[in-house]
Design a binder for this molecule. Structure first.
Ligand code: HEC
Length: 136
């Protein structure tokens, strides 16, 4: 093997090693970031708030209590918790209030269509989104 050829081979080996390092780095970074669609983990204070919070309006509070609350006040159920802004912010950012309303209408993931509240109006849903996303 000539000297030029030997240098060329070493260069290729170096580039390959750098490539492997980059792949490993990218893998480590991906392991740290939450999976898309995951709900940010709530802390004990977030969970305590979600369990006790209710909309101020009594009629809305009654609808909330027999539908949304069954999932949105229970940690680990896959639903963003009531008042847990870290979980709501990326959803609001991605779809806006109108997009979240559309998700309720059609259902999303484990949430059934209309959030199990057949008699909720769009006005109720919008008020519930604001209450649950902590924007009251
Ligand atoms: C049976 C459980 C369940 C009930 C009842 C329920 N939800 Fe949900 N909800 C979920 C789950 C699970 C998600 C997360 C879905 C996903 O992104 O995979 C969710 C997500 C949402 C979102 C975010 C949608 C988006 O596009 O990110 C809104 C808004 C919402 N729910 C509102 C409500 C309202 C209002 C009610 C009551 C009228 C309600 N939910 C009732 C389980 C439920």
């Amino acid at each position: 093997m000539g000297i030029d050829q030997a240098i060329g081979m070493r260069r290729i080996a170096l580039v390959a090693r750098a490539g492997a390092l980059l792949v490993a780095l990218a893998g480590a970074l991906a392991a740290c970031s939450p999976h898309a669609g995951d709900v940010a983990a709530p802390g004990p204070a977030d969970i305590a708030y979600a369990e006790s919070a209710a909309p101020a309006d009594p009629a809305l509070a009654a609808r909330y209590a027999r539908s949304c609350k069954l999932c949105h006040a229970v940690a680990g159920a896959g639903a963003p918790l009531v008042g847990h802004r870290a979980a709501w912010a990326p959803r609001l950012q991605a779809r806006g209030e109108a997009g979240l309303l559309a998700s309720i209408h059609g259902g999303r993931g484990a949430m059934p269509a209309r959030g199990q509240c057949p008699d909720c109006s769009d006005q109720d849903y919008r008020a519930l989104i604001r209450f649950m996303a902590g924007a009251q």
